[in-house]
Write a protein that binds this ligand. Sequence first.
Ligand code: ZN
Length: 244
Amino acid sequence: MARRVAVISDIHANWHALEAVLAAVEQEQPDELWCLGDLVGYGPRPNPCCVAMEQRAGLCLAGNHDLGVLGALDLCEFTGDAVEAARWTRGVLAEGSRAYLSSLRPNARRDGVELFHASPRDPVWDYVLTPEAAAAALELTEEPLVLVGHSHVPLAIALQNDALAGGLAPEGTEVDLSGGRFLLNPGSVGQPRDGDPRAAWLLLDHESRNASFRRVEYPVELTQAEIRERRLPDALAERLAHGL
Ligand code: ZN
């Protein structure tokens, strides 16, 4: 079993954010990198993000946007800007990227860990943002650690002695994973929604039983310029400055 694992999610074709996160991950030299899905959708650089994950990720899930771009999900289930971006992504997606995304599934299991793009109730669409959703996610699983993405909000929820504790996990949050079960969301690399525009990632240390929530700055203006050059909806560029 990998001792130290970097966990990322929701890259959304934001290459500059992914590059910054991969550089930060590199400095920690983890044994493995895991990605919880949504490599593409919203953002302007889908192909380099797919190539990087194919090369670097020891485990990678499919997210709802990946499946929407592939045509495995009906785009009428998406909101306006997401539909426009998904249609654009379909048109520019390289054959290799398409093949890689097609090989991914929205959930997986490793020694002591269950992973879902969204949640155990619905690995593709369900948002775990409330204590009820977190409780359901922990009830439907059995491993000590449950990892989810999809909401773009970093979370650390503990189930200890039948009680839920925890919540938002801003930069610098350190969680002791011994004694209890935990649901963690690393937050989003390419479109954070917790008010912090910096790219998010998570470092897990299975040996010391520690989870460390990290953020890294990246040149937001370069991704914004790429979004505008490709005439994707301007709101998708604007929101990156605010992390919303
Ligand atoms: Zn997403």
